[in-house]
Design a protein around this ligand. Structure first.
Ligand code: FEO
Ligand code: CA
Ligand code: CA
Length: 664
């Protein structure tokens, strides 16, 4: 078997562009827009007349309506946007590679040899396609910024860049040769499963330079291949979670497609299972047919893991997909801790998990569903966080209320509860318990009238204002007759960022409230190209624009750091994915500046700041992932640039030369 069968869809994220939401539920805005003529929509640069009226209603609306003075709090000289085979950072900063795919993580890891990779070696080494990063200071509970644990997700594996090409097959292979080929392919699939998951790596800074601590005592790998995870919350033990391997429905082998994540107020890490549907083969049927179709499982996976492991074939193991698509919590300070899939928080293509301690002590978790026309959700814990007795918070994420977001055109955001027995979430609509609601959270949100969004990626919370920001990365299937005020561009190729505004400000913000306000913060793309219909601060430089916002982070001053993932659109915009930053309030609001640029083909993930804001870590994911790029002839050999060495996804540490707070 060739790699072509290991990876059926070389077009990267194309499956995320496939609409699986059949919901006829349309928010009020869509109905209003349906009254507009096609000409009216086409001739407006950004907003239709109805939407402009709406924008006036919501206190200044778009970023361009803010005062125009160029009073940004940022001081660095920004980068020019272009495509390069290497990474670049703003003048006066250093961006050094800290951790790369294949580097040893746990003791006994063999040195990296991409020509002789084995599943057992990969199980001990840093995984592939690093995404989310959390910096967890050492010792626990401190705010140290020069010593800590780097907790890193590994979202997926790219076989065409990981493995040398196989020798050509014999035209008529003997049974023995066919067996050898199959064994080789099975080994590759196992390497890929071991390259997924998560790594914990102890790191230390001396002077300006970060280094890994060899064989750090907290170091561990969590993988899809072998790490046993516990199920908790309403779906644990339910019949729909039972499999041949786990007849009680209480544990799962591995966590899958870990994209972004978050950190709890009690110092654990939550990692999100995103595109789990990419892995399941077989035609769904029977009682789970509609459920699997709603989650995009229809017998056309991106990777044919079901050829080697029957749990990834829904014809042989119907319930297995129900055991992925959750938020998974683990304790990085306890290398023996068992990761727990917290099912109360719902199941979908979880991009991440942004957490905040609400003013009443409850914890609120925001999470987007990264698929076109899917939703933004939040979860509010039932009980309050106990700062004095950390052990009491252990299972705080098992009880609470899940909500889906409905964005009204008048600038109101209503959170619709997804609670069994309320609204249409009843036996008449096929829900028999809260377990059904969380397993089929997408359908529950459909029935409760949530607003279909332009691919919700990361959500993050401004620590100064309490406002919540969501990246809507792009949706080129957004039709003119499905526009609404919060998704105002048809053929939305470059994405936008929405600002969700709870009642109250800063520490007094009430994230548990049923009703928020909302505004559009930035419409991404190049504002100098009218076809992009982009909007930022009017003083934006020619280098300050970006496309396809993905992961977000805030610094202590409330400035937003925006990482991008354009995928195949790098060829269209001719700028690399990277990191941009701007103020969210004051005269520099939405005046983004270009800070870091990744190598060709890579998206930029993380980003993560140390508590003192003097280092930002970024994850450079899938460098060299371009059409036709492969192990022998990659689009870039970043970061090693050595003949024969393929590109390696890596974490980069960025500091100011001579020290100092980032952005100045
Ligand atoms: Fe894995 Fe939605 O990015
Ligand atoms: Ca992401
Ligand atoms: Ca991404």
């Amino acid at each position: 078997m060739s790699d072509a069968r290991l990876k059926e869809d070389p077009a990267g994220e194309d499956l995320a562009h496939e609409r699986v939401n059949p919901s006829a539920e349309r928010p009020l805005g869509a109905i209003m827009d349906a009254r507009l003529t096609r000409r009216e929509v086409l001739t407006s640069l950004v907003l239709s007349p109805v939407l402009a009226t709406f924008a006036e209603l919501v206190r200044g609306g778009l970023a361009h309506a803010e005062p125009a003075a160029g009073g940004s709090t940022l001081g660095f000289e920004e980068l020019e946007g272009r495509l390069e085979k290497f990474h670049r950072v703003a003048r006066g900063y250093d961006a050094k590679v800290l951790l790369s795919w294949g580097q040893g993580v746990v003791s006994g890891a063999p040195s990296f040899d991409p020509y002789a990779q084995t599943p057992d070696a990969q199980e001990k080494q840093f995984g592939y396609n690093n995404d989310f990063i959390a910096f967890m200071p050492l010792p626990r509970g401190s705010d140290h910024s020069d010593h800590g644990l780097l907790c890193v997700n590994h979202e997926y594996a790219s076989p065409e860049l990981m493995f040398p090409r196989d020798p050509p097959s014999e035209p008529q292979p003997s049974p023995e040769e066919r067996l050898q080929e199959r064994e080789r392919d099975r080994s590759k699939v196992e390497v890929m499963l071991a390259a997924h998951g998560h790594s914990v790596v102890e790191i230390k800074k001396t002077g300006d330079v970060w280094q890994t601590v060899p064989n750090g005592t907290y170091n561990r790998r969590i993988t899809t291949r072998s790490t046993k995870c516990r199920l908790s919350g309403p779906a644990a033990g339910h019949d729909r979670m039972k499999t041949f391997e786990d007849p009680d429905g209480l544990w799962v082998k591995g966590t899958l497609n870990n994209c972004s994540g978050g950190v709890t107020p009690w110092g654990t890490v939550v990692i999100a299972e995103e595109n789990f549907d990419f892995y399941f083969s077989g035609k769904p049927s029977g009682s789970e047919l509609a459920n699997h179709l709603r989650y995009g499982i229809k017998g056309k996976p991106r990777w044919n893991f079901g050829d080697f492991f029957e749990r990834f074939d829904v014809e042989r193991e119907t319930s297995e997909p129900n055991r992925f698509g959750w938020l998974v919590e683990y304790d990085p300070y306890d290398p023996q801790s068992v990761p727990v899939k917290r099912t109360a928080l719902g199941r979908w293509n979880h991009e991440g998990a942004a957490m905040v301690l609400n003013k009443d002590g409850r914890v609120v978790v925001y999470s987007g569903d990264d698929r076109v026309y899917e939703y933004i959700y939040k979860f509010v814990t039932k009980n309050a966080f106990d700062a004095k007795d950390l052990a009491k918070n252990k299972d705080l994420l098992d009880e609470g209320t899940l909500y889906a977001a409905r964005f009204e055109d008048d600038g109101t955001l209503n959170w619709r509860p997804l609670v069994f027995g309320q609204g249409r979430l009843t036996p008449a609509f096929g829900f028999h318990s809260q377990a059904d609601v969380v397993i089929e959270a997408r359908r529950a949100a459909d029935l409760m009238g949530a607003t279909p969004m332009d691919r919700p990626e990361d959500v993050d919370i401004n620590p100064v204002t309490g406002r919540v920001y969501a990246s809507l990365t792009n949706n080129d299937s957004r039709d003119i007759d499905r526009l609404d005020a919060v998704n105002p561009r048809y053929d939305n190729r470059f994405g936008h960022i929405v600002e969700m505004i709870p009642p109250g400000e800063g520490k007094d913000a009430d994230h548990a409230a049923d009703s928020f306000k909302w505004e559009i913060f930035i419409l991404a793309g190049n504002p100098r190209d009218k076809k992009h219909r982009a909007k930022y601060h009017p003083d934006l430089s020619k280098h300050g624009w970006f496309a396809c916002p993905d992961n977000l982070a805030f610094d202590k001053q409330g400035r937003i750091w925006i990482a991008t993932d354009q995928g195949k659109r790098q060829g269209e915009t001719k700028i690399g994915d990277g990191l941009w930053v701007c103020d969210t309030t004051g005269p520099g609001r939405a005046l983004t500046r270009h800070f870091f640029s990744g190598p060709l083909g890579a998206e930029i993930c993380g980003p993560c700041l140390t508590p003192d804001n003097t280092t930002i870590f970024v994850a450079v994911q899938h460098p060299g992932e371009e059409k036709g790029s492969n192990f022998e002839d990659p689009a870039t050999r970043w970061p090693d640039f050595k003949n024969g060495m393929p590109p390696r996804p890596s974490v980069v540490a960025i500091v100011k030369k001579g020290g100092g707070v980032l952005g100045t």
